[in-house]
Every structure is written in structure tokens, then in C-alpha cells.
Design a protein around this ligand. Structure first.
Ligand SMILES: NC(=O)c1ccc[n+]([C@@H]2O[C@H](COP(=O)([O-])OP(=O)(O)OC[C@H]3O[C@@H](n4cnc5c(N)ncnc54)[C@H](OP(=O)(O)O)[C@@H]3O)[C@@H](O)[C@H]2O)c1
Length: 306
């Protein structure tokens, strides 16, 4: 095994946890990022940052040369400001070809649970297209499919907490009876790194041991924050109105129509034995003081200051 790995997105969320574990194992880490020049606080001086270079495939391949494993977290949550799922699929195809050209030993790709080529949801369809492209490549690969990832930098659960801190009523799309099986970000990182050390091609879910309905999740967070909340069940279309208005106020895209559809279709649950160990209920209790204390903005993270 060569002593150097590349992690995409090491200054962002999941990639940071993968990079931190690799550094702790004494490995050298380079990251590909959309923000190579932005000041960051993660492992100063320890992670070399290189821009994604999707428009220059030979430079992209050069940035991967000599690496043992490429951990790929790159993806977009929604189409915005020139970034789209189609573009993210095309960029990731370029990355797959570059990894092959660079002679990467193992490609560990972070996907999502329940991707499907015929999904009406571009997030899940795009992920399925990329899984197919990886399987058809000559790369040795592991595809890790997380459900919904929780951790300090998380957006969904943090912003649910932020809403609960500010309002006594929480708008729930539909019945709220659809399920989620969240997985801790450290568990995802561990699953990804273990998958890198194996040889056979594999596809595995990364899911925690607890499954909640959306209603239960809102109530769990509210209890941990000591907040009383009334759930207001609205049609998905009606929920989008207040979500968009609030989005204007915080200058962010809080949740999209497609994300609501993905949640309601139970796509964020696994049908395999859980691999994650940390329980969301425990983590929420321990993290309650900081959870939702400030709003986590997707647009700030990925679009501003580019
Ligand atoms: N978060 C979850 O709950 C969750 C659940 C299931 C699956 N996943 C999958 O896990 C992987 C990592 O997710 P994450 O939430 O940890 O992602 P992230 O760290 O926020 O972003 C991962 C990488 O994608 C880049 N990126 C994100 N949005 C972008 C945009 N709009 N335009 C250009 N680049 C963009 C980031 O760029 P920068 O380097 O510039 O920051 C970073 O390099 C993704 O493949 C995601 O689909 C996540």
C-alpha cells in the first residue's frame, strides 16, 4: 500500500472525517476541493489542497498520481448557480477516468442509499449512473452508500434544531410517518477507510442502528433542546412555501421539492444490517448545547467566496 491518499472535500464535511483518520494513521493526504485558496482551520499545513480541475483532465490525473486510494465525496445537493446534477455526473465521470489514468489502487466512492437508474429524482438517478460508470471502469472499487449523515457540520439535523429553537410549530411535509436511519459521520469515515483496505469490488450501505419516522426525529430533537413543539402536517407543496420564504431570510436553499420527495419515499433507510455504531439519540443528547445554535448554510459552504 502506498503511503499517500487523495480525499475530495477534506475541508468540508464527510471528507474531513476521512482525512482526519488517515492523518492519524500517519498517511499523507492531498485534497481536491472547490475552495483550494479559502482559509480553513482543518489540520493546518498537513493537507495539500488542489483545485478540482475538472476542465483539465490531464492536470486532474496528475493530481492523483502516486496515490493509493481516492476517497470521493464530491457531489451537489441541488442544482444552483450553474452547478447541476448533470454537471456533477459529468465531472465525476472525468474524475473516474483520471483515477484510472493515474493508476489509483482503490477508488472509494461515497454514494447514497437506494440509488436507481430509473429514479425520478435526479440526486438518486445521478448516483446510480455514477455507480454504473465505476462498475464499468477498470478500477478496484468500494461504493459506500450512506443514509443521512449526522455530525457537528451536518446541515439537515442542525437546521431542524435551529428551527425548533426559534418556532414552537414545525411544518412537516405529509404524514411524517416516512422513515430515516441516520448514520454518524465518524462511522461513515471508518466504513470508507476499512473498505479501502480490501481488494474485491463491493457496494455497501452505511446506516446507523436506529430508524426514526420524521415525526419521531423532530420530537427527539425538540426533547433534547427542552423545547415543546407542535407538528403541523401539511401537503409537501404547502410546506415548500414557508421553507422558501425562510430560505430567502437566511439566504439559503433550506430543502428542495426533490429532497422532500426522497425523504417521503423512504430512500434514506437501509435494507442491510446496520454498520454504524453511534446512536443518534445519544449524540443529540450530548450535542444539544451547540445543536442548531446557528443556522448551517449550504450556499455559504459551497457557493460564496469561490
Ligand atoms: N450529508 C449527508 O447527509 C449525505 C447523505 C447521503 C449521502 N451523502 C453523500 O456523501 C458525500 C459527501 O457528502 P457531504 O454532505 O459530506 O458533502 P460536502 O462535504 O458538503 O461536499 C463534498 C464535496 O463536494 C463538493 N461540493 C458540494 N456541493 C458542491 C457544489 N454545489 N458545487 C461544487 N462542489 C460541491 C465540496 O466542495 P468543497 O471542497 O469546495 O467544499 C466537497 O469537495 C456526497 O457524495 C453525498 O452525496 C451525504
Amino acid at each position: 500500500m502506498r503511503e499517500f491518499d487523495v480525499v475530495t472535500g477534506a475541508f468540508s464535511y464527510t471528507g474531513k472525517y476521512i482525512a482526519r483518520r488517515l492523518l492519524a494513521q500517519g498517511r499523507r493526504v492531498r485534497t481536491l476541493t472547490g475552495h483550494a485558496a479559502r482559509p480553513h482551520h482543518f489540520a493546518p499545513g498537513q493537507v495539500e489542497a488542489v483545485p478540482y480541475n475538472f476542465k483539465n483532465p490531464s492536470a486532474l490525473a496528475r493530481s492523483l498520481e502516486g496515490a493509493d486510494t481516492l476517497y470521493n465525496t464530491y457531489w451537489v445537493r441541488f442544482s444552483h448557480g450553474g452547478d447541476s446534477f448533470e454537471k456533477a455526473v459529468a465531472n465525476t465521470r472525468t474524475l473516474i477516468r483520471a483515477a484510472q489514468a493515474a493508476g489509483i489502487r482503490r477508488f472509494v466512492h461515497i454514494s447514497v442509499t437506494n440509488p436507481r437508474l430509473d429514479s425520478p429524482l435526479p440526486y438518486f438517478r445521478g448516483k446510480a449512473l455514477l455507480e454504473k460508470a465505476i462498475a464499468e471502469s477498470k478500477l478496484s472499487y468500494a461504493i459506500v452508500r450512506p443514509t443521512v449523515i449526522f455530525g457537528v457540520e451536518d446541515i439537515l439535523i442542525n437546521n431542524m434544531a435551529w428551527l425548533l429553537r426559534h418556532w414552537p410549530v414545525f411544518a412537516v411535509p405529509g404524514s411524517g410517518g416516512y422513515r430515516l436511519q441516520p448514520v454518524f459521520v465518524e462511522d461513515v469515515a471508518e466504513i470508507a477507510i476499512k473498505a479501502a483496505s480490501r481488494e474485491p469490488n463491493e457496494i455497501l450501505d452505511a446506516a446507523g442502528s436506529e430508524t426514526f419516522t420524521f415525526n419521531e426525529l423532530v420530537e427527539l430533537i425538540a426533547r433534547a433542546l427542552g423545547r415543546r413543539v407542535r407538528l403541523l402536517h401539511l401537503s409537501p407543496g404547502l410546506t415548500l412555501g414557508p421553507i422558501r420564504l425562510l430560505g430567502l431570510a437566511v439566504r439559503d436553499v433550506i430543502l428542495t421539492r426533490e429532497e422532500i420527495a426522497g425523504l417521503m419515499a423512504n430512500l434514506l433507510v437501509s435494507h442491510q444490517p446496520p454498520r454504524g455504531r453511534v446512536r443518534l439519540a445519544d449524540w443529540i443528547k450530548e450535542s444539544a448545547a451547540g445543536l442548531g445554535a446557528s443556522y448551517a448554510s449550504e450556499l455559504d459552504r459551497h457557493f460564496r467566496g469561490r
